[in-house]
Design a protein around this ligand. Structure first.
Ligand SMILES: [Zn+2]
Length: 95
């Protein structure tokens, strides 16, 4: 194998990686734009939350039962409470 072949293969591999990273970046930007558009419409995207903890560390954790999570996006969140992680992710996926 010549030096030239190795070099060509390596450059192709690097180009492929770069391409994958670009696609990933573009997908993340699209998702970010989509969520920002929802928020601009006043729709909560449940981007942050607190999980049940006893004793509570954050005021938002007061009143939660084991397994529950409460949305804390923005100022005080939207009062959305999920009864499980699956319910939380389902709500986010449904946006
Ligand atoms: Zn929310």
């Amino acid at each position: 194998m010549s030096y030239g072949d190795d070099y060509g293969t390596d450059m192709e591999a690097i180009e492929d990686l770069r391409h994958d990273a670009d696609l990933e970046q573009a997908a993340m930007e699209r998702e970010g734009d989509r969520l920002a558009a929802l928020r601009a419409q006043g729709i909560c995207t449940h981007s942050s939350g607190v999980m049940y903890r006893n004793p509570p560390v954050y005021p938002e954790q007061v009143g939660l039962r084991p397994g529950q999570s409460r949305c804390t996006e923005g100022t005080g969140g939207c009062e959305f409470v999920a009864n499980s992680d699956a319910e939380w992710f389902a709500a986010v996926d449904a946006l």
